[in-house]
Design a protein around this ligand. Structure first.
Ligand code: GLP
Length: 255
């Protein structure tokens, strides 16, 4: 039997409506708890959300001044100021536009001389911040979350990972459209890092995500679909636009 309360599914007509609702939810959480600790994703999906959060911040309706952020992942071997880094992505879409304090923005250093130590340092920083209150997630078409790729075994904590060809192709836009220019490795929060967040909101938009979302919600929990582990968490909201919800709506029709 499905858990009665989680994952909750919320469907919006389009990505803008999704972004607006989730941005308002975050602004409200910041009002209730100004010291909110957020886990943040990159990718195309959260761009409208970051846009909306920037607009709320400009209108003084979202206050990040005491909030803390931890990004999910970073490519290995590229500097923070590289145009393709996730750090640059976040600076462009969010950090330069809201009143986050620079020393409370946390990122994995893709150029750390000892990547394993860097992963340990990140886990310690998350613990020192009191853990993640709200982890925002996107999802790969192959079911990855962060850079936890489908595999026979998944890693619990922040670790070094080899990216699949599919994931490198999906990230090519950040590297001038050339998949071979996308680093072959990355550092990413692990499954336990993510699942220990007190609440999780996963966003998915567009028809290309319909099949993976249906499997994430109704398929077996399997390491071959890392996002399926979200079924085990007590407070997950899956926020979809109608095209991404097509598989869920079809399976409801069959039920
Ligand atoms: C990237 C990121 C993920 C992201 C996913 C989906 O590889 N590491 O955190 O959720 O791909 O990206 P998009 O939102 O562009 O579909």
């Amino acid at each position: 039997m499905a858990h009665p309360a989680s994952p909750r599914i919320t469907i919006f007509p389009n990505p803008q409506a999704m972004a607006s609702a989730v941005a308002s939810q975050i602004a409200e959480r910041l009002r209730v708890n100004p010291r909110l600790v957020l886990g943040l994703p990159t990718g195309r999906t959260p761009i409208p959300l970051y846009e909306r959060l920037a607009a709320l911040a400009a209108e003084q309706r979202a206050d990040f001044s005491r909030a803390t952020t931890f990004n999910l992942d970073e490519f290995l071997g590229i500097r923070a100021d590289h145009p393709g880094s996730f750090r640059t992505f976040m600076r462009t879409h969010l950090f330069s536009r809201v009143n986050l304090c620079a020393d409370r923005i946390h990122f994995l250093d893709g150029c750390a001389s000892r990547p394993d130590d860097e992963c340990g340092r990140y886990e310690q920083s998350i613990a020192k911040a009191g853990g993640l209150d709200l982890q925002l997630l996107g999802v790969g078409t192959n079911g990855h979350i962060g850079f936890n790729e489908p595999a026979a075994e998944l890693q619990p904590w922040t670790h070094r990972v080899t990216l699949t060809t599919e994931t490198r192709a999906a990230n090519a836009e950040l590297f001038g459209g050339d998949p071979s220019a996308v680093p072959g490795e990355a550092l990413t929060m692990g499954m336990a890092t993510i699942l220990h967040a007190r609440s999780i909101v996963l966003l998915a938009s567009g028809a290309s995500k319909a099949s993976v979302i249906e499997r994430v919600l109704h398929g077996p929990i399997t390491t071959e679909l890392p996002a399926s582990f979200l079924q085990l968490h007590p407070d997950v909201e899956i926020v979809l636009d109608e095209p991404a919800a097509a598989g869920v709506i079809a399976s409801r029709g069959r039920a």
